[in-house]
Design a protein around this ligand. Structure first.
Ligand code: FE2
Length: 283
Protein backbone atom coordinates (compact mmCIF):
# COMPACT_ATOMS: atom_id res chain seq x y z
CA UNK A 1 0.00 0.00 0.00
CA UNK A 2 1.23 3.52 -0.80
CA UNK A 3 2.20 5.47 2.30
CA UNK A 4 2.26 9.08 3.41
CA UNK A 5 -0.35 11.79 3.17
CA UNK A 6 -0.83 13.04 -0.41
CA UNK A 7 0.66 16.44 -1.25
CA UNK A 8 -1.40 19.61 -1.14
CA UNK A 9 -2.43 20.42 -4.73
CA UNK A 10 -3.95 23.90 -4.44
CA UNK A 11 -7.23 24.80 -6.18
CA UNK A 12 -8.90 22.51 -8.71
CA UNK A 13 -12.05 21.87 -10.70
CA UNK A 14 -14.04 18.86 -11.75
CA UNK A 15 -13.09 17.99 -15.32
CA UNK A 16 -16.12 18.42 -17.59
CA UNK A 17 -16.15 17.68 -21.35
CA UNK A 18 -17.52 21.17 -22.14
CA UNK A 19 -14.19 22.61 -20.97
CA UNK A 20 -11.67 20.18 -22.55
CA UNK A 21 -10.48 22.52 -25.30
CA UNK A 22 -10.13 25.60 -23.10
CA UNK A 23 -8.25 23.63 -20.47
CA UNK A 24 -5.79 22.31 -23.02
CA UNK A 25 -5.23 25.85 -24.30
CA UNK A 26 -4.02 26.66 -20.77
CA UNK A 27 -6.18 27.47 -17.76
CA UNK A 28 -5.36 28.90 -14.34
CA UNK A 29 -6.33 25.74 -12.51
CA UNK A 30 -3.93 23.75 -10.33
CA UNK A 31 -5.46 20.30 -10.72
CA UNK A 32 -8.52 18.36 -11.88
CA UNK A 33 -10.85 15.78 -10.44
CA UNK A 34 -12.29 13.29 -12.93
CA UNK A 35 -15.45 11.24 -12.54
CA UNK A 36 -13.92 7.77 -12.69
CA UNK A 37 -16.91 6.05 -14.26
CA UNK A 38 -16.83 8.42 -17.27
CA UNK A 39 -13.39 7.10 -18.21
CA UNK A 40 -13.74 3.39 -17.37
CA UNK A 41 -14.10 2.70 -21.08
CA UNK A 42 -11.94 1.13 -23.76
CA UNK A 43 -11.19 4.16 -25.92
CA UNK A 44 -12.56 7.18 -27.71
CA UNK A 45 -12.34 10.92 -27.35
CA UNK A 46 -12.80 11.14 -23.55
CA UNK A 47 -9.72 8.99 -22.92
CA UNK A 48 -7.78 10.83 -25.63
CA UNK A 49 -8.53 14.16 -23.93
CA UNK A 50 -7.87 12.72 -20.48
CA UNK A 51 -4.41 11.51 -21.48
CA UNK A 52 -3.49 15.03 -22.58
CA UNK A 53 -4.84 16.61 -19.40
CA UNK A 54 -2.96 14.07 -17.26
CA UNK A 55 0.27 15.09 -19.01
CA UNK A 56 -0.24 18.72 -17.96
CA UNK A 57 -2.08 18.71 -14.63
CA UNK A 58 -2.25 16.64 -11.43
CA UNK A 59 -5.43 14.57 -11.50
CA UNK A 60 -7.46 12.80 -8.81
CA UNK A 61 -10.12 10.16 -9.44
CA UNK A 62 -13.60 10.46 -7.90
CA UNK A 63 -16.14 7.64 -8.18
CA UNK A 64 -19.83 7.20 -7.41
CA UNK A 65 -20.28 3.43 -7.75
CA UNK A 66 -18.11 1.76 -5.12
CA UNK A 67 -21.11 1.38 -2.77
CA UNK A 68 -18.72 0.72 0.09
CA UNK A 69 -21.49 0.48 2.70
CA UNK A 70 -23.79 -1.86 0.79
CA UNK A 71 -24.51 -5.36 2.04
CA UNK A 72 -24.07 -6.63 -1.53
CA UNK A 73 -20.65 -8.20 -2.20
CA UNK A 74 -17.98 -5.75 -3.32
CA UNK A 75 -18.00 -5.48 -7.11
CA UNK A 76 -14.57 -6.87 -7.97
CA UNK A 77 -15.04 -6.18 -11.70
CA UNK A 78 -15.65 -2.53 -10.87
CA UNK A 79 -12.57 -2.43 -8.65
CA UNK A 80 -10.47 -4.04 -11.38
CA UNK A 81 -11.65 -1.43 -13.89
CA UNK A 82 -10.96 1.34 -11.37
CA UNK A 83 -7.44 -0.01 -10.83
CA UNK A 84 -6.87 -0.19 -14.57
CA UNK A 85 -7.90 3.46 -14.97
CA UNK A 86 -5.63 4.41 -12.06
CA UNK A 87 -2.71 2.79 -13.86
CA UNK A 88 -3.42 5.07 -16.82
CA UNK A 89 -4.10 8.28 -14.86
CA UNK A 90 -1.64 7.91 -11.98
CA UNK A 91 -4.02 9.88 -9.73
CA UNK A 92 -2.87 11.64 -6.59
CA UNK A 93 -5.68 9.79 -4.80
CA UNK A 94 -8.88 7.85 -5.52
CA UNK A 95 -12.07 8.90 -3.79
CA UNK A 96 -15.66 7.72 -3.48
CA UNK A 97 -18.45 8.27 -1.00
CA UNK A 98 -19.18 6.90 2.44
CA UNK A 99 -22.55 5.56 1.39
CA UNK A 100 -24.32 2.77 -0.44
CA UNK A 101 -25.87 3.01 -3.89
CA UNK A 102 -27.80 -0.24 -4.23
CA UNK A 103 -28.32 -3.84 -3.22
CA UNK A 104 -29.54 -7.11 -4.81
CA UNK A 105 -28.25 -6.03 -8.25
CA UNK A 106 -30.32 -2.84 -8.19
CA UNK A 107 -28.38 0.41 -8.59
CA UNK A 108 -30.41 3.31 -7.24
CA UNK A 109 -27.99 5.88 -8.69
CA UNK A 110 -28.05 7.85 -5.49
CA UNK A 111 -25.61 8.26 -2.63
CA UNK A 112 -27.59 6.81 0.27
CA UNK A 113 -26.84 7.35 3.96
CA UNK A 114 -25.76 4.69 6.43
CA UNK A 115 -27.16 3.95 9.89
CA UNK A 116 -24.37 5.04 12.23
CA UNK A 117 -24.17 1.82 14.22
CA UNK A 118 -21.26 -0.29 15.44
CA UNK A 119 -22.41 -3.08 13.13
CA UNK A 120 -22.36 -0.78 10.09
CA UNK A 121 -19.00 0.61 11.16
CA UNK A 122 -17.42 -2.87 11.38
CA UNK A 123 -18.93 -3.74 8.00
CA UNK A 124 -17.69 -0.60 6.23
CA UNK A 125 -14.20 -0.78 7.76
CA UNK A 126 -13.81 -4.38 6.60
CA UNK A 127 -14.92 -3.51 3.06
CA UNK A 128 -12.62 -0.51 2.82
CA UNK A 129 -9.77 -2.84 3.78
CA UNK A 130 -10.76 -5.24 0.99
CA UNK A 131 -11.02 -2.44 -1.57
CA UNK A 132 -7.70 -0.94 -0.50
CA UNK A 133 -6.05 -4.35 -0.79
CA UNK A 134 -7.31 -4.71 -4.37
CA UNK A 135 -6.30 -1.17 -5.33
CA UNK A 136 -2.98 -1.35 -3.50
CA UNK A 137 -3.49 2.13 -2.07
CA UNK A 138 -5.54 4.01 0.49
CA UNK A 139 -8.99 5.19 -0.50
CA UNK A 140 -10.30 8.68 0.18
CA UNK A 141 -13.92 8.72 1.37
CA UNK A 142 -16.36 11.61 1.26
CA UNK A 143 -19.17 12.49 3.67
CA UNK A 144 -22.46 12.61 1.75
CA UNK A 145 -25.37 15.00 2.17
CA UNK A 146 -28.54 13.37 3.46
CA UNK A 147 -32.24 13.95 3.94
CA UNK A 148 -33.11 11.24 6.40
CA UNK A 149 -31.43 9.72 9.44
CA UNK A 150 -31.88 6.27 10.93
CA UNK A 151 -33.52 5.75 14.31
CA UNK A 152 -31.03 2.92 14.90
CA UNK A 153 -27.96 5.21 14.81
CA UNK A 154 -25.78 4.90 17.88
CA UNK A 155 -23.34 7.72 17.15
CA UNK A 156 -23.11 10.99 15.24
CA UNK A 157 -22.08 11.15 11.60
CA UNK A 158 -18.75 12.76 12.50
CA UNK A 159 -18.02 10.06 15.08
CA UNK A 160 -18.78 7.42 12.46
CA UNK A 161 -16.62 9.15 9.83
CA UNK A 162 -13.75 9.48 12.30
CA UNK A 163 -13.91 5.84 13.34
CA UNK A 164 -13.99 4.77 9.69
CA UNK A 165 -10.93 6.84 8.83
CA UNK A 166 -8.88 5.77 11.83
CA UNK A 167 -9.79 2.08 11.78
CA UNK A 168 -9.66 1.60 7.99
CA UNK A 169 -6.57 3.83 7.69
CA UNK A 170 -8.07 5.77 4.80
CA UNK A 171 -8.16 9.46 3.87
CA UNK A 172 -11.15 11.79 4.04
CA UNK A 173 -12.68 14.13 1.48
CA UNK A 174 -14.44 16.78 3.56
CA UNK A 175 -17.35 18.09 1.50
CA UNK A 176 -17.98 21.51 3.02
CA UNK A 177 -21.34 21.88 1.29
CA UNK A 178 -22.50 18.40 2.30
CA UNK A 179 -21.80 19.13 5.96
CA UNK A 180 -23.70 22.42 5.63
CA UNK A 181 -26.66 20.70 3.87
CA UNK A 182 -26.90 17.82 6.35
CA UNK A 183 -26.48 20.12 9.35
CA UNK A 184 -29.42 22.20 8.14
CA UNK A 185 -31.57 19.18 7.26
CA UNK A 186 -30.94 17.36 10.54
CA UNK A 187 -30.40 20.28 12.90
CA UNK A 188 -26.84 19.58 14.01
CA UNK A 189 -24.00 22.06 14.33
CA UNK A 190 -21.53 22.42 11.45
CA UNK A 191 -18.98 23.33 14.09
CA UNK A 192 -19.37 20.00 15.86
CA UNK A 193 -18.81 18.13 12.60
CA UNK A 194 -15.83 20.30 11.72
CA UNK A 195 -14.13 19.67 15.04
CA UNK A 196 -15.27 16.06 15.20
CA UNK A 197 -13.21 14.60 12.35
CA UNK A 198 -9.46 13.92 12.48
CA UNK A 199 -7.52 16.77 10.86
CA UNK A 200 -4.65 14.58 9.73
CA UNK A 201 -6.97 12.43 7.61
CA UNK A 202 -8.46 15.21 5.45
CA UNK A 203 -6.83 15.50 2.01
CA UNK A 204 -9.48 17.29 -0.05
CA UNK A 205 -12.36 19.75 0.21
CA UNK A 206 -15.39 19.87 -2.07
CA UNK A 207 -17.23 23.18 -2.23
CA UNK A 208 -20.53 23.32 -4.13
CA UNK A 209 -23.86 25.04 -4.60
CA UNK A 210 -27.23 23.71 -3.45
CA UNK A 211 -30.96 24.45 -3.66
CA UNK A 212 -32.57 25.89 -0.55
CA UNK A 213 -36.21 24.82 -0.24
CA UNK A 214 -36.86 26.70 3.04
CA UNK A 215 -37.70 23.59 5.11
CA UNK A 216 -34.75 21.59 3.73
CA UNK A 217 -31.75 21.88 1.39
CA UNK A 218 -31.19 19.69 -1.66
CA UNK A 219 -27.62 19.07 -2.73
CA UNK A 220 -28.03 19.88 -6.42
CA UNK A 221 -24.54 21.12 -7.44
CA UNK A 222 -26.22 23.33 -10.02
CA UNK A 223 -25.72 26.78 -8.46
CA UNK A 224 -22.77 28.95 -7.53
CA UNK A 225 -21.56 28.45 -3.96
CA UNK A 226 -23.71 30.50 -1.54
CA UNK A 227 -22.31 32.95 1.04
CA UNK A 228 -23.14 30.66 3.99
CA UNK A 229 -21.12 27.81 2.48
CA UNK A 230 -18.22 30.20 1.79
CA UNK A 231 -18.37 31.20 5.46
CA UNK A 232 -18.17 27.55 6.45
CA UNK A 233 -15.32 27.03 3.98
CA UNK A 234 -13.48 29.86 5.76
CA UNK A 235 -13.94 28.01 9.07
CA UNK A 236 -12.81 24.74 7.49
CA UNK A 237 -9.63 26.32 6.10
CA UNK A 238 -8.93 27.92 9.47
CA UNK A 239 -9.37 24.59 11.23
CA UNK A 240 -7.71 22.17 8.79
CA UNK A 241 -5.07 24.43 7.22
CA UNK A 242 -4.26 24.22 3.51
CA UNK A 243 -6.30 21.40 1.97
CA UNK A 244 -6.64 20.78 -1.78
CA UNK A 245 -9.88 22.52 -2.67
CA UNK A 246 -12.26 21.91 -5.55
CA UNK A 247 -15.46 23.52 -6.85
CA UNK A 248 -17.96 20.77 -7.66
CA UNK A 249 -20.47 21.72 -10.39
CA UNK A 250 -22.46 18.87 -11.96
CA UNK A 251 -25.41 20.63 -13.58
CA UNK A 252 -26.03 24.01 -15.24
CA UNK A 253 -22.32 23.89 -16.10
CA UNK A 254 -21.22 27.48 -16.75
CA UNK A 255 -18.35 28.72 -18.94
CA UNK A 256 -14.96 27.77 -17.52
CA UNK A 257 -14.19 31.41 -16.66
CA UNK A 258 -17.09 31.51 -14.18
CA UNK A 259 -15.79 28.46 -12.35
CA UNK A 260 -12.28 29.90 -12.35
CA UNK A 261 -13.72 33.05 -10.72
CA UNK A 262 -15.35 30.93 -8.02
CA UNK A 263 -12.11 29.08 -7.53
CA UNK A 264 -10.31 32.40 -7.16
CA UNK A 265 -12.76 33.27 -4.41
CA UNK A 266 -11.69 30.09 -2.59
CA UNK A 267 -8.04 31.09 -3.12
CA UNK A 268 -8.67 34.54 -1.68
CA UNK A 269 -10.41 33.12 1.41
CA UNK A 270 -7.53 30.72 1.99
CA UNK A 271 -5.06 33.57 1.44
CA UNK A 272 -6.83 35.69 4.09
CA UNK A 273 -6.37 32.84 6.53
CA UNK A 274 -2.68 32.44 5.82
CA UNK A 275 -1.05 35.82 6.22
CA UNK A 276 -2.49 37.58 3.19
CA UNK A 277 -0.33 35.56 0.83
CA UNK A 278 -1.79 33.93 -2.21
CA UNK A 279 -2.06 30.24 -1.49
CA UNK A 280 -0.66 28.46 -4.47
CA UNK A 281 -0.24 24.79 -5.14
CA UNK A 282 2.75 23.13 -3.55
CA UNK A 283 5.72 22.90 -5.90
FE1 FE2 B 1 -18.86 16.29 -2.96
Amino acid sequence: MTSGKPDYLGFGLGLRPQHYREILEGAKIDWFEILSENYMIEGGQPLYMLDQICERYPVVMHGVSLSIASTAPLDLDYLAALKKLAQRVNPKWISDHLCWTGVHDVNLHDLLPIPYTQEALDHVVERIGQAQDVLGRRLTLENVSSYITFGQSEMSEWEFVSEVANRADCWLLFDVNNVYVSAFNHGFSTDEFLHGVPRDRVVQFHVAGHSHEESHIIDTHDHPVCPEVWDFYRQAVTHFGPVSTMIERDDNIPPLAELVDELDHARSIAAEMFGGKRIAAAE
